[in-house]
Design a protein around this ligand. Structure first.
Ligand SMILES: [Zn+2]
Length: 295
């Protein structure tokens, strides 16, 4: 194509083509890793951004103030704001669904290409997509448990109790601003009644690992066992800012199995020699392309 810029464009054009080609080569190399199937998979927030859930650590993300569990346990006003926000946020979360990336991973597992999925996400989207072997390192926000006896309920059940205790509250506050964590920022919660455990009356909390809490040991051990029995480890949509993810990478390195990274933007392990495939692209588009090659 000739135009007035033709003299200055060849270099740019060539480097763009090289980049594009290396992306295709990386994808082929990733597909090649599946000769050692099943592979283990670790996902982070980047796989859910295509479902409309923001990535707190991704580029341009708003600053995040993580909820601390001591605040939640010790301050009734904090729990009132939490449940009010969760109730109003749920009105708008109704449209959130698994995306092409979650669905592809569920098909990979069904085909024996992966041994399930280890995830740092609490959004329940892997299970909803049909993945069977799901290790949720940070828990599952759709499960609510009581702090005294571990009685378990669904979030929908507890939000229903919230509505019985606070008739009309959700509708009156439907226009409230939504925070990055998906919950609404609701003011005027002083008179809100918070639901408690119907079995024992104790405080109800989401079954997620909050700031200041540790990943439960049996959960981490299950994740380790998936890495221990895999022919490779594929990291998807995570910058590996979380320590638990790095520990699983170390397990893979000790075993000498190949590691692939699919993530938009830099990760903590980009410089490591053990990373044999690096794809800087979105999770859903990459997994769809990978599935076409594997077919
Ligand atoms: Zn209870």
């Amino acid at each position: 194509m000739k135009n007035q810029f033709s003299k200055s464009t060849p270099l740019t054009e060539r480097s763009w083509q090289t980049e594009k080609q290396s992306g295709a080569v990386a994808l082929e190399r990733l597909a090649g890793l599946f000769e050692a199937a099943p592979l283990a998979v670790l996902t982070g927030a980047g796989i859910s951004t295509d479902s409309g859930i923001p990535d707190y650590r991704g580029a341009g993300a708003p600053p995040r103030t993580p909820m601390s569990i001591s605040q939640f346990m010790e301050d009734p006003a904090y729990r009132r704001r939490f449940w009010a926000g969760a109730r109003v946020g749920a009105l708008r979360a109704a449209g959130v669904a698994p995306n092409a990336g979650h669905l592809a991973l569920a098909r990979f597992e069904a085909a024996g290409l992966t041994n399930g999925v280890i995830t740092q996400n609490v959004d329940n989207l892997h299970r909803r997509a049909g993945s069977r072997s799901v290790v949720e390192l940070h828990g599952n926000g759709s499960v609510i448990r009581c702090v005294e006896h571990d009685h378990r309920f669904t979030r929908d059940q507890v939000l229903g109790w919230f509505d019985e205790l606070n008739p009309g509250f959700a509708a009156r506050n439907a226009a409230a601003e939504i925070a990055p964590d998906g919950d609404a920022i609701v003011s005027g919660t002083d008179s809100v009644e918070t639901p408690t455990c119907p079995e024992c009356g104790s405080i109800l909390r989401p079954d997620v690992v909050y700031f200041g809490e540790l990943v439960p040991k049996p959960v981490f051990e299950t994740a380790e066992s998936l890495v221990a029995s895999a022919g490779g480890l594929v990291l998807i949509g995570t910058s590996l800012a979380v320590n638990t993810g790095i520990r699983l990478v170390h397990r893979a390195q000790l075993r000498g199995i190949p590691i692939a990274v699919i993530n938009r933007g830099p990760t903590a392990i980009d410089a490591r020699e053990s990373v044999s495939v690096r794809i800087d692209a979105g999770a859903a588009e990459t997994l769809e392309q990978l599935e076409q090659i594997l077919r």
